[in-house]
Design a protein around this ligand. Structure first.
Ligand code: ZN
Length: 292
């Protein structure tokens, strides 16, 4: 593919509207989990499928992580969105059914967690289709939210997602408020609920032989998260979490997340909502603005 390096805004989406949040809340928090399980280890590196110890990082999801995260959400009476690759739903159907039964939202997270690649459009679209099919088959759901596996996207994929019934995406890092994507043909794309990369627990709590990273302790992560959240709250934005049960479902990290969420709840003026609730609210605000 020829790469077009002409100077232009690489994301043509219009500016985010100045959104107000329901019930007088000053900001929003979107708790998003990526239930990658083993796909985090085999999606972009299929030869890992024969490495049982490497993939056992992801196996933690179904054995421990998902159950502990559900226990925490129940204790704090919170609802979250669980972006689940189709492969995970088929491989760990019981654990994923528990997510659904507890009343949480299931989102689309590809099929095998392959990073979308503009040079391989057919394969990228097939990941989307197979993801939908697997979630339908395993859980009987048709998700409206999408978080890109390995967090990548491009114009053809945004248009394909919109055509496939995806109403919101949560991968981009270019705002603190939700906005509406614009497809290259001028038609509206999905709503974006942008993420803050500081809330990706993988950065602080996942280290492996093949991908070693420094690990950060309780106080380092909690103080970073509280500071980021407080500043986003003051600016009236949305704090979007990118969490993984194989990280935040581990014993010490579970307590970091619990302490952080209790801090958010104690503020009293934060709207904690699922991705679908936030995109519903955004669309309502959008309709009001158009009617004016
Ligand atoms: Zn993922």
């Amino acid at each position: 593919m020829n790469h077009d390096l002409t100077p232009r805004p690489l994301n043509p989406a219009p500016q985010a509207p100045l959104i107000t949040w329901p019930n007088g809340a000053k900001s929003a928090v979107f708790i998003g989990f990526d239930v990658d399980a083993e796909t985090a280890w085999i999606g972009n590196n299929p030869s890992n499928v024969d490495r049982m110890v490497t993939t056992s990082h992801g196996g933690y999801d179904a054995r421990v992580g998902i159950a502990k995260i559900l226990e925490l959400m129940d204790e704090l009476a919170l609802k979250a969105t669980f972006f689940t690759p189709g492969w995970t739903a088929l491989a760990h159907r019981n654990a994923c059914e528990r997510i659904l039964r507890a009343g949480h939202e299931i989102g689309h997270h590809g099929y095998l967690h392959k990073m979308p690649d503009r040079d391989r459009l057919d394969e990228t679209f097939e990941e989307v289709d197979r993801g939908f099919e697997a979630l339908q088959q395993a859980l009987g759901v048709r998700p409206v939210g999408y978080r890109a596996p390995s967090g990548e996207n491009f114009p053809e994929l945004l248009a394909y997602l919109a055509k496939s019934g995806i109403r919101y995406s949560s991968s981009f890092r270019d705002d603190i408020r939700p906005y509406r994507h614009a497809c290259s043909n001028g038609s509206p794309g999905p709503v974006e609920i942008p993420v803050n990369f500081a809330f990706d627990d993988w950065n602080f709590g996942m280290s492996s032989r093949s991908s070693p990273r420094p690990l950060f302790g309780h106080n380092a992560v909690l103080s970073l998260w509280i500071d980021e959240f407080e500043a986003t709250h003051a600016w009236g934005g949305v704090t979007t979490l990118v969490l993984h049960p194989q990280v935040s479902g581990r014993p010490m990290r579970w307590h970091v997340l619990r302490d952080f969420l209790r801090h958010v709840q104690a503020k009293g003026d934060v709207w904690i909502a699922t991705g679908q609730e936030i995109s519903d609210h955004f669309e309502k605000v959008e309709r009001q603005l158009i009617a004016q």
